[in-house]
Design a protein around this ligand. Structure first.
Ligand code: GAL
Length: 346
């Protein structure tokens, strides 16, 4: 394995950005930026052996800044997904947050972790990115020291290890917001991709796109992905929850604990399969329902349903739903989660 670094332009404010390439001996590679700890590319072989870059992204730091609303490839924090009413209580004390998607808080606020430059070091085969989020940032209590470690193995497993520690009780929910199109990042609609998820329940959405609190059974619904289903079959199902999300934009309650296989995404055209394993309790699947038409890497056309984000994370709004697995991180306690994306082909 090799990790190489090269200058990759600068932000609009003039801060230089570095791109890291983690390359397997056969030439497959992933690329990560110190800006936002963003996954910028993932080039893996299809069934003919040709490399396809299956991760949506941009060619310049300025584009990531201008179009950050889509969170392409982003490392999302301090708390991924929605917090209802942009507020929570911790041990009786209220904490108001930035309401960047009024009235809710989304993906860490106005300026989330994806919009900061991270410190970096290369340690053996790993790229280690670190960032200290000060107390009060976007309203959160506690200074949070965060580490995101990326590795890429010779057999094409991209592993993301997420660690954090806070000096005061706080809320943490880190994830990768990479969008995948296993026919290639400019490969159009992902409707023919099949997806399976090891879950028998999902968190039902209320009208504000936060969970109602009910863990709804997947049985007999388009959310039953225990056997693979084409994404378009879900979109077209006319289920009220699908209408609420404009497609899939829901969190599945994953079965089991510890690092386990959670989901399998497959593209019949390219033959590429992505198998996601994680320690996280939930998996938000977002079929880019609100992604505006935009130009991506190499002038590729991106937009609605042209990629799918598989966000392994804590449940949305968990801090306000005591029945959900907790996203509270107590002072001095270690936060540690793993997300692995394994790429194979038929
Ligand atoms: C997803 C979220 C969507 C949308 C998107 C960003 O994680 O579930 O509703 O906000 O991020 O555009």
């Amino acid at each position: 394995m090799s990790v190489t670094a090269r200058p990759w332009g600068a932000t609009r404010e003039g801060t230089p950005v570095t791109l890291f390439r983690l390359e397997a001996p056969d030439g497959a590679y992933v690329q990560v930026l110190d800006y936002g700890a963003i996954l910028q590319a993932a080039a893996v072989p299809d069934r003919t052996g040709r490399l396809r870059d299956v991760c949506l992204g941009f060619d310049t730091p300025a584009e990531y800044q201008e179009k950050h609303d889509g969170y392409l490839g982003a490392l999302v924090g301090r708390c991924a997904n929605r917090i209802r009413g942009a507020r929570f209580q911790l041990d009786g004390r209220p904490w108001p947050l930035a309401a960047n998607q009024p009235p809710n808080h989304l993906h860490g606020g106005v300026r989330g972790f994806d919009q900061y430059l991270w410190d970096h070091r290369v340690q053996d085969d790993a790229l280690v990115l670190t960032r200290r989020s000060p107390a009060g940032e976007e309203g959160y209590p506690g200074a949070l020291q965060t580490e995101a470690q990326y590795t890429f193995t010779p057999d094409h497993v991209l592993r993301l290890t997420l660690r954090a520690v806070s000096d005061a009780d706080t809320v943490v929910n880190l994830t990768s917001h990479a969008y995948w199109n296993l026919n290639g990042h400019g490969g159009g609609d992902v409707g023919e991709h099949t997806l399976s998820i090891d879950a028998i329940a999902y968190t039902e959405l209320a009208a504000d796109n936060c969970p109602t609190g009910t863990l709804a059974s997947v049985v007999g619904t388009p959310f039953d992905l225990r056997i693979p289903r084409a994404l378009s079959a879900g979109w077209d199902a006319g289920h009220p929850q699908i209408r609420q999300g404009g497609g899939y934009d829901h969190n599945w309650a994953l079965r089991g604990r510890g690092l386990r296989e959670a989901a399998v995404l497959h593209a019949p055209e390219s033959g590429i399969t992505l198998t996601l394993s994680t320690t996280q309790p939930g998996l938000q699947v977002y079929t880019a329902n609100f992604l505006p038409e935009m130009t991506g890497k190499g002038r590729a056309a991106y937009g609605r349903r042209r990629g799918v984000a598989l966000e392994a994370q804590g449940f949305p709004n968990a801090v306000n739903q005591p029945e959900f697995p907790s996203t509270v991180l107590r002072a001095g306690e270690p936060y540690h989660q793993e997300i692995a994306f394994a790429f194979t082909h038929d």
